[in-house]
Design a protein around this ligand. Structure first.
Ligand code: KG4
Ligand code: ZN
Length: 340
């Protein structure tokens, strides 16, 4: 079964053709990062307009590269939640038009479920149930992946998402948006023990996260040293910050896995590209004899191949949308599990 998938929830216009949920025939990503960089973050209005400007070409390119004609496409999958509403609507409107004119079923896909599914592309042997750690620019979740379309979120962030925290710390250190990957690079040459940052206390669920206190601690360190006229080695700050994030993410994930009885972990989301997070999680899993699955780097950030993969499982589970499909800015994975 060939699924044409469209993703436009944030600042990447993406389209892919995926066969049977595993074979990626094409995967086109048009990024708007250079445009948003001028403003230090994603400007929603610009994002919507840029999606509208290039979606036709991106879809056509994905179709061309896949070698499939529209006739050979069996269904259209599209990200409908969560994300920037104006950005989502561009992809949804295009997908609805295509589904209607070509007479294909339309499959609504949850963006975070898509990130989780990226692992099935890179690791076909991975099967639910397992424990997921999803860390992106907008979300930080520890989630029980019960089957391919049902989830139970057991930990979430109370404030900033992990990627958001990486980006804000990066900006304070003078790196361009989105700075996560620059922190990653700097951390490779910095001293991770140079600074001690706090591990935030979180009220409520023991697997929940909070990153705003850590972000503030780094910002205060940088500002205080500026005021005193001292120079900080920013690679050392980056390395110490990244070490702390790794300790928090890995500590909570291992605690949740042990308490809930999971021995298989799946990492996902944009921050899963971080080399420190990947190796810290790998070491922690190896020590416990847990299996760890991570997406290849090309499937960590936003892309449509992951939406095409998840769309396949959603299709098998009977999920369909009609022409009334709308975008939803905020929608928890728990909510979509109630519906399946
Ligand atoms: O999943 P994603 O592409 O978009 C959302 O759904 O939010 O995640 C983007 C986030 C950004 O915050 C970006 O800085 C971060 O992932 N990121 C990284 C790395 N690569 C991307 N953070 C840390 N280290 C990286 N290597
Ligand atoms: Zn994402």
């Amino acid at each position: 079964m060939n699924i044409l998938a469209i993703e436009s929830s944030c600042d990447e216009t993406a389209c892919a053709v995926v066969r049977d949920g595993k074979e990626v025939l094409s995967n086109i990503v048009a990024t708007q990062i250079a445009e948003h960089r001028l403003y230090g973050g994603v400007v929603p209005e610009i994002a919507s307009r840029m999606h509208a400007e290039c979606i036709y070409q991106v879809v056509q390119a994905a179709l061309d590269e896949s070698g499939c004609t529209l006739k050979e496409i069996d269904a259209i999958a599209v990200t409908y939640a969560p994300g920037l509403i104006g950005a989502l609507l561009v992809g949804i409107s295009f997908a609805k038009g295509l589904a209607l004119s070509a007479g294909k079923p339309l499959i609504p896909v949850h963006h975070i479920a898509g990130h989780i599914a990226a692992n099935y592309l890179s690791n076909p042997e991975l099967e639910p149930p397992y424990l997921g750690l999803v860390v992106s620019g907008g979300h930080s979740h520890i989630v029980e992946v019960l089957d391919y379309t049902r989830y139970r979120v057991v930990g979430r962030t109370h404030d900033d998402a992990a990627g958001e925290c990486f980006d804000k710390v990066a900006r304070t250190l003078g790196y361009e948006y989105p700075g996560g990957k620059f922190i990653d690079e700097a951390a490779k040459v910095g001293v991770p023990q140079a600074y001690r940052f706090p591990h935030p206390k979180v009220e409520g669920c023991e697997y929940d996260f909070s990153f705003s206190g850590l972000k503030t601690a780094v910002i205060n360190l940088v500002h205080n040293s500026d005021q005193k006229g001292e120079t900080l080695v920013r690679e050392d700050v980056a390395a110490s910050f990244q070490r702390t994030v790794c300790e928090i993410l890995v500590g909570k994930t291992m605690a949740a896995a042990e308490a809930l009885g999971y021995r298989t972990i799946g990492l996902a989301g944009g921050v899963s590209a971080n080399s420190g997070v990947r190796s810290a999680l790998k070491n922690a899993c190896d020590r416990r004899g847990f299996k760890l699955f991570m997406p290849e780097l090309k499937y960590c950030g936003d892309n449509a191949a992951m939406i095409g993969c998840q769309g396949y499982y959603d299709y098998l589970a009977g999920k369909r949308a009609d022409q009334s499909l709308n975008g939803i800015a905020t929608l928890s994975l728990d909510k979509i599990s109630e519906q399946s």
